[in-house]
Design a protein around this ligand. Sequence first.
Ligand code: NAG
Length: 286
Amino acid sequence: MIYPEAFSVFLVSLLVGSSKAFFDIGLSTKCVTIPKDLGLCNDIGYSEMRLPNLMGHTSLAEVVPKSEEWKSLIQTGCHPYARTFLCSLFAPVCMDTFILPCRSMCVAVRDSCAPVLSCHGHSWPEILDCDRFPAGEDMCLATLSKEYIYMYRDLPKPTCQSCPTIEDSVQTKTALEAFCENDFALKVKLSKRKTPSETHQYEIDGQVDFISQGDLLPYDTRNMISQWMLINEKCAEKMIRNPRSLLFIITGSVHHGKVTITKIFHWQKRDSNLTLAVRKWRYHKC
Ligand SMILES: *[C@@H]1O[C@H](CO)[C@@H](O)[C@H](O)[C@H]1NC(C)=O
Protein backbone atom coordinates (compact mmCIF):
# COMPACT_ATOMS: atom_id res chain seq x y z
CA MET A 1 0.00 0.00 0.00
CA ILE A 2 1.39 3.39 -0.92
CA TYR A 3 0.43 6.51 0.92
CA PRO A 4 0.85 9.80 -0.87
CA GLU A 5 2.42 11.31 2.25
CA ALA A 6 5.03 8.60 2.26
CA PHE A 7 6.49 8.69 -1.19
CA SER A 8 10.02 8.53 0.10
CA VAL A 9 9.31 5.41 2.12
CA PHE A 10 7.72 3.89 -0.91
CA LEU A 11 10.65 4.80 -3.07
CA VAL A 12 12.90 2.76 -0.80
CA SER A 13 10.62 -0.26 -0.88
CA LEU A 14 10.35 -0.02 -4.62
CA LEU A 15 14.10 -0.03 -5.01
CA VAL A 16 14.66 -3.01 -2.76
CA GLY A 17 11.45 -4.86 -3.40
CA SER A 18 9.76 -6.28 -6.41
CA SER A 19 9.11 -4.09 -9.38
CA LYS A 20 6.02 -5.40 -11.00
CA ALA A 21 5.22 -2.62 -13.41
CA PHE A 22 1.68 -1.68 -14.41
CA PHE A 23 2.89 -0.14 -17.59
CA ASP A 24 5.96 -0.70 -19.59
CA ILE A 25 7.71 2.57 -19.55
CA GLY A 26 9.15 2.66 -22.98
CA LEU A 27 11.91 4.94 -24.11
CA SER A 28 9.25 7.30 -25.35
CA THR A 29 8.43 8.73 -21.91
CA LYS A 30 10.45 11.44 -20.26
CA CYS A 31 10.66 13.34 -17.00
CA VAL A 32 10.03 17.06 -16.88
CA THR A 33 9.87 19.58 -14.05
CA ILE A 34 6.31 20.33 -12.95
CA PRO A 35 5.85 23.90 -14.18
CA LYS A 36 4.55 26.74 -11.95
CA ASP A 37 1.50 27.23 -14.14
CA LEU A 38 0.36 23.67 -13.52
CA GLY A 39 -1.52 25.02 -10.53
CA LEU A 40 -3.43 21.80 -9.91
CA CYS A 41 -0.28 19.87 -9.05
CA ASN A 42 2.09 22.48 -7.72
CA ASP A 43 3.36 21.64 -4.22
CA ILE A 44 2.13 18.08 -4.59
CA GLY A 45 5.25 16.83 -2.83
CA TYR A 46 7.50 16.02 -5.79
CA SER A 47 8.95 18.20 -8.50
CA GLU A 48 9.19 16.04 -11.61
CA MET A 49 6.46 14.38 -13.62
CA ARG A 50 6.37 11.92 -16.45
CA LEU A 51 5.22 12.68 -19.99
CA PRO A 52 3.09 11.42 -21.66
CA ASN A 53 1.01 11.33 -18.51
CA LEU A 54 -1.71 8.86 -17.61
CA MET A 55 -4.37 11.10 -19.15
CA GLY A 56 -2.68 10.59 -22.51
CA HIS A 57 -1.36 14.15 -22.76
CA THR A 58 1.95 14.28 -24.54
CA SER A 59 3.11 17.83 -23.81
CA LEU A 60 2.90 20.40 -21.03
CA ALA A 61 1.08 22.67 -23.48
CA GLU A 62 -1.70 20.11 -23.33
CA VAL A 63 -1.49 19.21 -19.63
CA VAL A 64 -1.73 22.77 -18.25
CA PRO A 65 -5.04 23.90 -19.83
CA LYS A 66 -6.66 20.48 -19.36
CA SER A 67 -5.76 20.48 -15.67
CA GLU A 68 -7.24 23.98 -15.20
CA GLU A 69 -10.73 22.55 -15.71
CA TRP A 70 -10.24 20.43 -12.60
CA LYS A 71 -9.06 23.14 -10.25
CA SER A 72 -12.48 24.32 -9.21
CA LEU A 73 -13.57 20.75 -8.49
CA ILE A 74 -10.67 20.46 -6.05
CA GLN A 75 -11.64 23.79 -4.49
CA THR A 76 -15.14 22.51 -3.73
CA GLY A 77 -13.44 20.21 -1.21
CA CYS A 78 -15.42 17.28 -2.58
CA HIS A 79 -12.81 14.80 -1.31
CA PRO A 80 -9.55 15.18 0.64
CA TYR A 81 -7.77 12.94 -1.90
CA ALA A 82 -9.22 14.48 -5.06
CA ARG A 83 -6.03 16.40 -5.78
CA THR A 84 -3.71 13.48 -5.10
CA PHE A 85 -5.85 11.28 -7.31
CA LEU A 86 -5.97 13.72 -10.23
CA CYS A 87 -2.28 14.60 -9.96
CA SER A 88 -1.25 10.95 -10.02
CA LEU A 89 -2.78 10.96 -13.50
CA PHE A 90 -2.05 14.50 -14.74
CA ALA A 91 1.46 14.66 -13.31
CA PRO A 92 2.62 11.11 -12.51
CA VAL A 93 5.60 11.06 -10.18
CA CYS A 94 8.80 10.37 -12.05
CA MET A 95 9.95 6.97 -10.90
CA ASP A 96 10.98 3.84 -12.75
CA THR A 97 7.39 2.71 -13.04
CA PHE A 98 4.03 4.44 -13.30
CA ILE A 99 2.17 4.40 -10.01
CA LEU A 100 -1.53 4.24 -10.54
CA PRO A 101 -4.06 5.25 -7.93
CA CYS A 102 -5.68 2.20 -6.33
CA ARG A 103 -9.24 1.49 -7.44
CA SER A 104 -10.40 2.10 -3.88
CA MET A 105 -9.01 5.65 -3.98
CA CYS A 106 -10.66 6.25 -7.34
CA VAL A 107 -14.00 4.97 -6.05
CA ALA A 108 -13.80 7.11 -2.90
CA VAL A 109 -13.02 10.25 -4.90
CA ARG A 110 -15.60 9.45 -7.57
CA ASP A 111 -18.38 8.81 -5.06
CA SER A 112 -17.81 12.18 -3.39
CA CYS A 113 -16.93 14.30 -6.42
CA ALA A 114 -19.16 12.95 -9.19
CA PRO A 115 -22.26 14.59 -7.62
CA VAL A 116 -20.47 17.94 -7.77
CA LEU A 117 -19.60 17.43 -11.43
CA SER A 118 -23.16 16.42 -12.18
CA CYS A 119 -24.39 19.59 -10.42
CA HIS A 120 -22.49 21.45 -13.14
CA GLY A 121 -23.96 19.24 -15.86
CA HIS A 122 -20.94 16.97 -16.36
CA SER A 123 -20.66 13.26 -15.86
CA TRP A 124 -17.65 11.41 -14.43
CA PRO A 125 -15.38 11.09 -17.47
CA GLU A 126 -14.64 7.77 -19.12
CA ILE A 127 -10.91 8.27 -18.72
CA LEU A 128 -11.33 8.25 -14.94
CA ASP A 129 -13.28 4.99 -14.98
CA CYS A 130 -12.22 3.32 -11.73
CA ASP A 131 -12.04 -0.12 -13.37
CA ARG A 132 -8.88 1.10 -15.09
CA PHE A 133 -7.06 1.06 -11.77
CA PRO A 134 -5.66 -1.85 -9.75
CA ALA A 135 -8.12 -3.59 -7.47
CA GLY A 136 -5.59 -4.55 -4.81
CA GLU A 137 -3.79 -2.16 -2.53
CA ASP A 138 -0.24 -3.19 -3.42
CA MET A 139 1.91 -1.02 -5.62
CA CYS A 140 -0.75 1.60 -6.05
CA LEU A 141 -1.63 4.88 -4.41
CA ALA A 142 -4.01 4.30 -1.49
CA THR A 143 -5.87 6.63 0.80
CA LEU A 144 -4.37 7.01 4.22
CA SER A 145 -6.26 6.04 7.33
CA LYS A 146 -9.97 5.65 7.83
CA GLU A 147 -9.71 8.07 10.76
CA TYR A 148 -8.48 10.86 8.53
CA ILE A 149 -11.50 10.55 6.27
CA TYR A 150 -13.63 10.26 9.38
CA MET A 151 -12.40 13.52 10.82
CA TYR A 152 -12.98 15.24 7.54
CA ARG A 153 -16.52 13.86 7.39
CA ASP A 154 -17.32 15.57 10.68
CA LEU A 155 -17.17 19.01 9.10
CA PRO A 156 -20.58 19.99 7.73
CA LYS A 157 -20.24 19.90 3.95
CA PRO A 158 -22.29 21.83 1.41
CA THR A 159 -24.06 19.81 -1.27
CA CYS A 160 -25.51 20.26 -4.70
CA GLN A 161 -29.01 21.60 -4.18
CA SER A 162 -31.79 23.49 -5.91
CA CYS A 163 -31.53 27.21 -5.38
CA PRO A 164 -33.93 28.64 -2.79
CA THR A 165 -35.88 31.75 -3.79
CA ILE A 166 -33.88 34.88 -3.19
CA GLU A 167 -36.18 37.16 -1.20
CA ASP A 168 -35.73 40.86 -1.74
CA SER A 169 -38.19 41.90 0.92
CA VAL A 170 -39.36 40.14 4.03
CA GLN A 171 -41.48 40.83 7.06
CA THR A 172 -39.86 40.74 10.47
CA LYS A 173 -42.16 37.91 11.53
CA THR A 174 -41.27 35.78 8.50
CA ALA A 175 -37.55 36.26 9.11
CA LEU A 176 -37.91 35.27 12.78
CA GLU A 177 -39.85 32.18 11.74
CA ALA A 178 -37.06 31.26 9.32
CA PHE A 179 -34.48 31.61 12.12
CA CYS A 180 -36.60 29.32 14.32
CA GLU A 181 -37.14 26.67 11.68
CA ASN A 182 -33.50 26.35 10.68
CA ASP A 183 -30.31 25.14 12.31
CA PHE A 184 -28.30 28.21 11.45
CA ALA A 185 -28.61 31.75 10.14
CA LEU A 186 -25.65 33.75 8.86
CA LYS A 187 -25.06 37.30 7.79
CA VAL A 188 -22.67 37.38 4.87
CA LYS A 189 -21.50 39.91 2.30
CA LEU A 190 -20.87 38.48 -1.16
CA SER A 191 -19.38 39.86 -4.33
CA LYS A 192 -18.09 38.66 -7.66
CA ARG A 193 -14.87 39.13 -9.49
CA LYS A 194 -13.86 38.42 -13.06
CA THR A 195 -11.19 35.78 -13.44
CA PRO A 196 -8.47 35.92 -16.12
CA SER A 197 -10.45 33.32 -18.08
CA GLU A 198 -13.46 35.69 -18.21
CA THR A 199 -15.60 33.62 -15.88
CA HIS A 200 -16.75 34.86 -12.49
CA GLN A 201 -15.56 33.99 -9.08
CA TYR A 202 -17.82 34.54 -6.09
CA GLU A 203 -16.26 35.79 -2.91
CA ILE A 204 -17.05 36.55 0.70
CA ASP A 205 -16.26 40.10 1.78
CA GLY A 206 -15.33 40.61 5.39
CA GLN A 207 -16.41 38.28 8.11
CA VAL A 208 -19.33 35.89 8.35
CA ASP A 209 -21.55 36.72 11.33
CA PHE A 210 -23.70 34.16 13.06
CA ILE A 211 -27.26 35.00 13.96
CA SER A 212 -27.59 31.40 15.05
CA GLN A 213 -24.80 28.89 14.73
CA GLY A 214 -26.36 25.44 14.99
CA ASP A 215 -23.82 22.73 14.20
CA LEU A 216 -21.59 24.97 12.11
CA LEU A 217 -18.01 25.37 13.22
CA PRO A 218 -16.91 28.99 13.37
CA TYR A 219 -13.49 28.32 11.80
CA ASP A 220 -14.93 26.36 8.88
CA THR A 221 -18.05 28.38 8.02
CA ARG A 222 -16.36 30.78 5.62
CA ASN A 223 -14.83 27.87 3.79
CA MET A 224 -18.18 26.07 3.75
CA ILE A 225 -19.92 29.08 2.16
CA SER A 226 -17.15 29.42 -0.46
CA GLN A 227 -17.49 25.74 -1.31
CA TRP A 228 -21.26 26.06 -1.41
CA MET A 229 -20.93 28.87 -3.99
CA LEU A 230 -18.54 26.78 -6.10
CA ILE A 231 -20.81 23.75 -6.04
CA ASN A 232 -24.00 25.75 -6.52
CA GLU A 233 -22.53 28.23 -8.95
CA LYS A 234 -25.84 28.85 -10.73
CA CYS A 235 -27.37 29.92 -7.45
CA ALA A 236 -24.46 32.21 -6.59
CA GLU A 237 -24.87 33.69 -10.06
CA LYS A 238 -28.54 34.44 -9.35
CA MET A 239 -27.74 36.01 -5.99
CA ILE A 240 -24.90 38.23 -7.10
CA ARG A 241 -25.80 39.93 -10.33
CA ASN A 242 -23.63 43.01 -10.16
CA PRO A 243 -20.05 43.54 -9.06
CA ARG A 244 -20.96 45.51 -5.93
CA SER A 245 -20.98 43.47 -2.78
CA LEU A 246 -24.40 42.55 -1.46
CA LEU A 247 -25.49 41.66 2.02
CA PHE A 248 -27.47 38.48 2.69
CA ILE A 249 -28.97 36.57 5.50
CA ILE A 250 -28.77 32.88 4.75
CA THR A 251 -30.51 30.19 6.74
CA GLY A 252 -29.96 26.48 6.45
CA SER A 253 -29.94 23.10 8.04
CA VAL A 254 -27.33 20.45 8.72
CA HIS A 255 -28.42 16.85 8.36
CA HIS A 256 -25.97 13.93 8.60
CA GLY A 257 -23.11 16.37 8.02
CA LYS A 258 -24.68 17.82 4.87
CA VAL A 259 -25.51 21.50 4.71
CA THR A 260 -28.59 22.68 2.83
CA ILE A 261 -29.28 26.38 2.41
CA THR A 262 -33.02 26.88 2.80
CA LYS A 263 -33.67 30.65 2.72
CA ILE A 264 -31.80 33.54 1.19
CA PHE A 265 -32.76 37.07 2.19
CA HIS A 266 -31.16 39.91 0.34
CA TRP A 267 -30.63 42.60 2.97
CA GLN A 268 -31.13 45.85 1.13
CA LYS A 269 -30.00 49.15 2.50
CA ARG A 270 -32.62 50.74 4.74
CA ASP A 271 -34.48 47.43 5.13
CA SER A 272 -35.50 47.87 8.73
CA ASN A 273 -37.53 44.64 8.82
CA LEU A 274 -34.44 42.45 8.83
CA THR A 275 -32.61 44.78 11.20
CA LEU A 276 -35.50 44.45 13.60
CA ALA A 277 -35.64 40.66 13.18
CA VAL A 278 -31.95 40.30 14.03
CA ARG A 279 -32.35 42.57 17.07
CA LYS A 280 -35.47 40.75 18.28
CA TRP A 281 -33.93 37.32 17.76
CA ARG A 282 -31.83 37.56 20.91
CA TYR A 283 -34.96 37.60 23.08
CA HIS A 284 -37.18 35.63 20.77
CA LYS A 285 -38.87 32.41 21.87
CA CYS A 286 -39.62 30.05 19.00
C1 NAG B 1 -41.55 45.30 6.04
O1 NAG B 1 -42.69 44.65 6.57
C2 NAG B 1 -43.92 45.26 6.22
C3 NAG B 1 -45.03 44.52 6.94
O2 NAG B 1 -44.67 44.19 8.25
C4 NAG B 1 -44.12 45.23 4.72
O3 NAG B 1 -45.31 45.89 4.36
C5 NAG B 1 -42.94 45.90 4.03
O4 NAG B 1 -43.04 45.73 2.64
C6 NAG B 1 -41.62 45.28 4.53
N1 NAG B 1 -40.51 46.04 3.97
C7 NAG B 1 -39.56 45.50 3.27
C8 NAG B 1 -38.48 46.42 2.75
O5 NAG B 1 -39.49 44.33 3.04
